[in-house]
Design a protein around this ligand. Structure first.
Ligand SMILES: *Cc1c(COP(=O)(O)O)cnc(C)c1O
Length: 385
């Protein structure tokens, strides 16, 4: 399709054409490892499925269209996508990362990449001067995650992208929490956008997959080289499921955001709740930035019950009936989690508590159910403490 489509059409048509073989409207699941050649090197563009696969290509074109990028790349998981990005750098290179980030991202930085001689500085990126202060000649990558997980801090992408440009540093944004519906980092000047498509993009808690989009041809080439060399690629079935999920991204995100707003407000007004973290509140410390760079505020909320100890948090998450106690986020169903013992257990207690991830904190991924059922569920669980 030549015409550049608006976002709510690009989710359905972006980078997609009916299949050439029989006109199938959805891309077939090309469950093949290899492709016939007429003569050595004479093939139809596909040789081996670690390098390329037509179902994966369809998904890669889709994420490029959604993020307004030129190129997309798909990986076996969000972590495989991040692994590929960081493998562009050499021993001795330095990375500046946001300090409040996904536990698995912290783990791969500190327990895998530091071993290979990369130095990672964790910085509170709500303060741009603190980011600038860490830059030196060895700095090669700035790693941003916004909104952050689980504290829902918002990082202003534009000034960080400008810092990157001024110092020739690549700026990558983990856009998992926002999805391209709410926020488009490449448009704000970032060089790389990365997703755990496991979450909102696939959206149905049925696939683990990672996606990347970039504009720069050379950067794409470097990433595609590592993608093919290291080989952490998704299978065609997972690419198909993610593509199917993406087709409803815009309507799902709209409902996630509406339900999120209603639940954040309910929690804020509840006398048994100490604090609610959600960037849609006008008194959220980064509300202005969130309002400027995001279309809406999404369905991720964290909260702390009054006198918020571990026991109270556990009692609430155990007592929920419509919300499921589970890892992950971004699916159609509502999930509740206890970051200290679940998603963020791989971060040392002193480190996570410094950024607010205390034992009493509960994280919600608000789904697209009838919001009244969700509110009643939270109400009965909170009344037990
Ligand atoms: C889940 C998640 C990841 C990791 O993605 P996987 O698909 O689980 O490998 C990275 N970043 C964020 C923000 C996440 O929520």
């Amino acid at each position: 399709m030549d015409k550049k489509l608006r976002f709510n059409s690009a989710t359905i048509h972006g980078g997609q054409e009916p299949d050439k073989a029989y006109g199938s409207v959805m891309p077939p699941i090309y469950q093949t490892s290899t492709y016939a050649q007429k003569s050595p090197g004479d093939h139809q563009g596909y040789e081996y499925s670690r390098t390329h696969n037509p179902t994966r290509s369809a998904l890669e074109r889709s994420i490029a269209a959604l993020e307004n990028g030129k190129h997309g790349l798909a990986f076996a998981s969000g972590m495989a996508a991040m692994d590929t990005i960081v493998k562009m750098f050499d021993p001795g290179d330095e990375i500046i990362s946001v300090n409040d980030l996904y536990g698995g991202s912290y783990r791969i930085f500190t327990q895998i990449f530091e071993k290979y001689g990369l130095k990672i500085h964790f910085v509170d990126m709500q303060n741009i001067d603190a980011v600038a202060a860490q830059i030196n000649k060895k700095t090669k990558l700035i790693w941003v995650e916004t909104p952050t997980n689980p504290m829902m801090n918002v990082v202003d992408i534009k000034p960080i992208a400008s810092l990157g440009k001024a110092h020739d540093i690549i700026v990558a944004v983990d856009n998992t929490f926002a999805s391209p519906y709410l926020q488009q980092p490449l448009e704000l000047g970032a060089d790389i956008v990365m997703h755990s498509a496991t979450k909102y993009l696939a959206g149905h808690s049925d696939t683990v997959l990672g996606l990347v989009a970039v504009n720069d041809d050379a950067l794409h080439e470097k990433l595609a080289f590592i993608q093919n060399s290291s080989g952490a690629v998704p299978g065609p079935m997972d690419c198909f499921l993610t593509l199917r999920g993406i087709k409803t991204l815009h309507i799902r995100m709209q409902r996630h955001s509406e339900n999120g707003a209603a639940i954040a407000t309910f929690l804020k007004e509840n006398p048994k709740i100490e604090k609610v973290y959600w960037p849609g509140f006008s008194d959220h410390p980064n509300h202005k930035v969130a309002k400027a760079q995001m279309k809406s505020f999404g369905g991720m909320i964290s909260f702390l019950p009054k006198g918020g100890d571990n026991a109270k948090a556990i009692k609430i998450v155990e007592s929920l009936k419509v919300f499921t106690l589970a890892e992950s986020l971004g699916g159609v169903e509502s999930l509740a989690g206890h970051p200290a013992s679940m998603t963020h257990a791989s971060i040392p207690k002193e480190v996570r508590e410094k950024s607010g991830v205390v034992d009493g904190l509960i994280r919600l991924s608000v789904g697209i159910e009838d919001v009244q059922d969700l509110i009643e569920d939270l109400d009965q669980a909170i009344n037990l403490i």
